[in-house]
Write a protein that binds this ligand. Structure first.
Ligand code: GLU
Length: 458
């Protein structure tokens, strides 16, 4: 049945969305990243409210923009010089309509309430898109792991978990990694949680080591998933990664495994970066070197050119987007592609963008891509592979068994295909064919909204 959407309905929906957006700004002053994430979603949802006024009647938007719970706490620890250090810890439990809160922990000096809220808000819709029963949450600290010894990291993470454990549980809230939090940090936090709880609740954290409940393919999942998603976008135009030139920012977990999968599919990846600068290797990046430098030796990416002198290192990160390429995968951090960078990419003939990082493109940059018919895979959809495999890790923990690499990889691949399909369908149904920003937002939203309605005003 087709619903006739009158102009009146359209205006009512627009006014509703605008009023909730204004409320968010008023209630959360100075939180620009959170405002940005909310604006992107809200702008996409107007056609949903015009078509289904029930979501307005149930106050879904007013409720969904307000986290169910926010905790902020002191994290005191002692550094290697015996000096007391104090950091701030956060956990935002945003929405539990479809499952326990789920989302990573970020340790980075830039972390504040706005950053954690934008990430937690995005996570609601991303997790819904995976089709798995996981709600949205996020946490972290302004602790900077860079340059810290292993013992300092252990003392900090133990102190962090000594407060955070009160809010966690395999059926309550399940953190994982994000920027600055990898297998080492998860291991220390799992050890401390187990010690405090006095029992082995494997499903309380994901991204665990393989020896104590981790899942095969979790390490690779976000990067591989992003490339699987972009492959689907390319296939819709009869194209693939084969022989394409690719620029991938970052050199952390997401970036490294995006490079690996893109190379496996026959692409030439010619650039990557860290927070100091970027390398351009026209012959194609040697991934073994990047992995060793970053995963083992924990050195700067500038070291790469010492081993590969034909490559060029440039200080500063923005310039990476001036390198001509067919496909760009921003896998570093939020707002790394602004309007100017987006225009440059378009001028240089970019065909597809896949967001491996969370919110790496500004709203203006997204507009540039969409207006120029660039295939654009938004973060919520394109980087959902990480959290999707986290949910598979939870499933294996509950069953007390583990699947093979091939089994998990095949499930990841089919989840990414499903996310692509459901985003395409929602975009079409709501009058924005080909716009995956709108499609992903609507598809992720509807499931959560329907679950909220079913559960009453809570
Ligand atoms: N931090 C990742 C994300 O942004 C993974 C979260 C998880 O595995 O829970 O989705």
């Amino acid at each position: 049945m087709t619903t006739v959407i009158t102009e009146e309905r359209q205006t009512e929906a627009q006014q509703y969305v605008q009023s909730v957006y204004e409320l968010v700004i008023q209630r959360n002053p100075h939180e620009s990243e959170f405002h940005q994430a909310v604006k992107e979603i809200l702008d996409s949802l107007t056609p949903v409210f015009a078509k289904h006024p029930k979501y307005m009647q149930h106050g879904i938007l007013e409720r969904i923009v307000e986290p169910e719970r926010v905790v902020s706490f002191r994290v005191p620890w002692v550094d290697d010089n015996g000096k007391v250090q104090v950091n701030r810890g956060f956990r935002v439990q945003f929405n539990s309509a479809i499952g326990p809160y789920k989302g990573g922990l970020r340790f980075h000096p830039s972390v504040n309430a706005s950053i954690i809220k934008f990430l937690g808000f995005e996570q609601i819709f991303k997790n819904s898109l995976t089709g798995q029963p996981i709600g949205g949450g996020k946490g972290g600290s302004d602790f900077d792991p860079k340059g810290k010894s292993d013992l300092e990291i252990m003392r900090f993470t133990q102190s962090f978990m000594t407060e955070l454990y009160k809010y966690l549980g395999p059926d309550i809230d399940v953190p994982a990694g994000d920027i600055g939090v990898g297998a080492k940090e998860i291991g220390f936090m799992f050890g401390q949680y187990k010690r405090i709880r006095g029992g082995n609740e494997a499903g309380v954290l994901t991204g665990k080591g393989l020896l104590y409940g981790g899942s095969l393919t979790r390490t690779e999942a976000t990067g591989y998933g992003c490339v699987y998603f972009v492959s689907e976008m390319l296939a819709s135009k009869g194209q693939s990664f084969q022989d394409k030139t690719v620029v991938i920012s970052g050199s952390g977990n997401v970036s490294i495994y995006a490079i690996e999968k893109a190379q496996q599919l026959g692409a030439k990846v010619i650039a990557c970066s860290d927070s100091n600068g970027y390398i351009h290797d026209p012959q194609g990046i040697n991934l073994q070197t990047v992995k060793r430098l970053k995963e083992v030796e924990r050195k700067r990416i500038s070291e790469y050119v010492k081993e590969h002198p034909h490559a060029v290192y440039t200080e500063g990160c923005k310039g990476i987007w001036s390198i001509p390429c067919d496909i760009a995968l921003p896998c570093a951090t939020q707002n790394e592609i602004d309007e100017q960078a987006a225009k440059l990419l378009v001028e240089n003939g970019v065909v597809a963008i896949g967001e491996g990082a969370n919110m790496p493109s500004t709203l203006e940059a997204i507009e540039v891509f969409l207006n120029n018919q660039v295939l654009f895979g938004p973060a919520k959809a394109a980087n959902a592979g990480g959290v999707a495999v986290s949910a598979l890790e939870m499933a294996q923990n509950s069953m007390r068994l583990s699947w093979t690499f091939e089994e998990v990889d095949a499930k990841l691949h089919s989840i990414m295909k499903n996310i692509y399909q459901s985003s395409v369908s929602a975009a079409e149904e709501y009058g924005h064919p080909g716009n995956l920003v709108v499609g992903a937002n609507i598809s992720g939203f509807i499931k959560v909204a329907d679950a909220m309605i079913a559960q009453g005003v809570v």
